[in-house]
Design a protein around this ligand. Sequence first.
Ligand code: SF4
Length: 402
Amino acid sequence: MALVWQQPLPAIYTQLSDPELRLRIAAARETLGSRLAILGHHYQQDAIIEFADFVGDSFELSRKAAEQKGVEYVVFCGVHFMAESADILTDEKVSVILPDLGAGCSMADMANLEQTEDAWAQLTQLCPDQTIVPITYMNSSAAIKSFVGEHGGAVCTSSNCRNVLEWALSRSMGVPPMYSDNEHGRDAHATKTKILFFPDQHLGRNTAYAMGYPLDKMIVWDPRQDLGGNTEDAIRNADFVLWKGHCSVHALFRPEHVDEVRAKYPQMKVLVHPECKWEVVQKADMAGSTAYIVKQIESAPPGSQWAIGTEVHLIHRLAQQHPEQKIIVLSDCQCLCTTMFRIDLPHLCWVLENLVDGKVVNEIKVDPKTRQWATVALERMLAIKGTGNPIGKNQPVGTTLD
Ligand code: SF4
């Protein structure tokens, strides 16, 4: 993420009470009418979700934004990479606004373009007879999505990661590719296909393992070390090169948390996000994307019991919405996304009142070249069809993009 700072809010916004802020936000929203869409990510605090026209995960929200007709402003209550994706997927005339520019994502920030180009140069030099397909999780900067698009790869979400990896791995194995990428070095005679997966090592590892790849066919690439901290042999033998990135929220869950829940509540099902560590996913009953977690709870019968490993605001909201079920956080660790939490009522009020005054503040704009290749990577993902994405053991079919 480019370095950006949030300017201090005018004093009035920090002095207003929550009820006053709510009234002013409601008034601004009414004035802007159908010219405005407010998007709220599942991990946002309830005070923000109250004003969201749409609630969902990052990709669902970007698609929603792109579907709106006549919208001039999209206020994205999420983090920076999500606002970038919304800008890429919406019409050029739509202004995408992030209420607090300090709302970044620590995972997305763990891979920058310079490190990526360096890793690519080392990998392609060491493995000239292999096809390397770069795949990036949606939780990455537009610059990384663009790199991936330009080098023949695709974006994935936690819902469709397996489908995207299967597509990528089929590319030099006699299966007709969906896109002709000869100009990007696809070689029909390559000895093997290797995946370079950004930036979440855990999503990559959990998905590859669920596909049948053993852990010793995966290496971790540390961008701060020469050869990513690996030997030449290890790099050549690996099927998956997993970028050394993680989500600071989901990494808080540990295998012993699952053991503790099982000891205390033997009937409880453990449901976790695949950004959790492999050891946690292996101990869980089910694992899947944010949309998958929401769907499991919505379709569960009364009396169901769940310990969920994901961001705390979503878990608390699910517990409130489903009092007929027992829903707890998998551990009492502070599993809060602190950057998401920066989006609050004062910042939302400030951006909306500026829009009412005809001033766009905190616009997120992706430059045309980055946008062009990032769009290619996103469109490749959209063209990949699949039936579901089991990640962990005993997991029912996961969600698809739809
Ligand atoms: S929950 Fe994790 S991946 Fe999601 S925005 Fe926060 S730090 Fe990034």
